[in-house]
Design a protein around this ligand. Structure first.
Ligand code: ZN
Ligand code: FE
Length: 263
């Protein structure tokens, strides 16, 4: 069986985007024969890509502890004797954990500099990994095209703070998230905001793209700032539709998240 892999290049760097399970994406960040895995939920799939591409695994970056993100940690860390980076408070629930990372830390992975951002909400100790050059963001289950992660552990205020932090990154940033949820997110968004012309256009474009390539990821941060209802707490059109003109920003976010939970 040949595995479909999506490749994104910038200078000498590459992201390999590897579909797994029903709707996950696993990632390999590649530079000159070395690779770092982001959320390798399935060890054997990652290992077969490493073999196929003649790459050496140098490390594992986890955004959070859910099994679809850490399921391959033990197998890969054992085979490649590589470090596993994750938030220190998740040490007990991240298999093969070795290195703590949290906000403010810059990881040097070969020629790549990776900034760690704390983005609690989906889980309490969720982190995102942001590269400045190239502008790539690996945000796990925090931000999706026209959607955001479910609040399993954090509060709406925490998730709002995390999304606000991500929203401040440059618009050109490519957002590599961990699931293909785009079309259902758009169905929800258009149910709530049926007159939004950008969302209508995106639904047509993304439906076509999904049929043609089976993949709508990555998105750009600019597209999310413009279209994603979960980042538009201060957009007067969104507030008007929700009849929340005078609410706090986080309350607008919380209302949309609540409606999504019941969708
Ligand atoms: Zn998750
Ligand atoms: Fe997940």
């Amino acid at each position: 069986m040949s595995l479909e892999i999506f490749t994104h290049s910038w200078k000498t760097f590459e992201v390999l985007q590897i579909p797994a399970f029903d709707d996950n994406y696993l990632y390999l960040i590649v530079d000159s024969g070395s690779a770092w895995a982001v959320d390798p939920g399935d060890g054997p799939i990652i290992d077969s890509v490493l073999t196929q591409k003649n790459l050496k695994l140098k490390g594992i970056l986890n955004t959070h502890h859910h099994s679809d993100h850490v399921g391959g940690n033990a197998f890969l860390a054992e085979k490649w004797q590589c470090p596993v980076y994750a938030h220190p408070k998740d040490q007990a629930r991240i298999p093969a954990f070795t290195h703590p990372v949290q906000e403010g830390l810059t990881l040097e992975l070969g020629n790549l500099k990776v900034q760690v951002l704390d983005v609690p909400g989906h889980t309490l100790n969720h982190v995102a990994y942001g590269l400045a050059e190239p502008q790539w963001l690996f945000c796990g289950d925090t931000l999706f095209p026209c959607g955001c992660g479910r609040l399993f552990e954090g509060t709406p205020q925490q998730m709002y703070g995390s999304l606000k932090k991500l929203r401040q990154l440059p618009g050109e940033t490519l957002v590599f998230c961990a699931h293909e949820y785009t079309l259902s997110n758009l169905r929800f968004a258009l149910q709530e905001f049926p007159d939004d012309t950008l969302l209508k256009r995106l639904q047509m474009e993304m439906t076509e793209k999904k049929q043609r390539t089976s993949c709508t990821i990555p998105t750009t941060l600019q597209m999310e700032k413009d279209a994603n209802p979960f980042l538009r707490w201060d957009d007067p059109k969104i507030r008007k539709a929700l009849e929340m003109s005078d609410a706090e920003d986080w309350q607008v976010f919380a209302e949309i998240r609540k409606r999504r939970d019941h969708f």
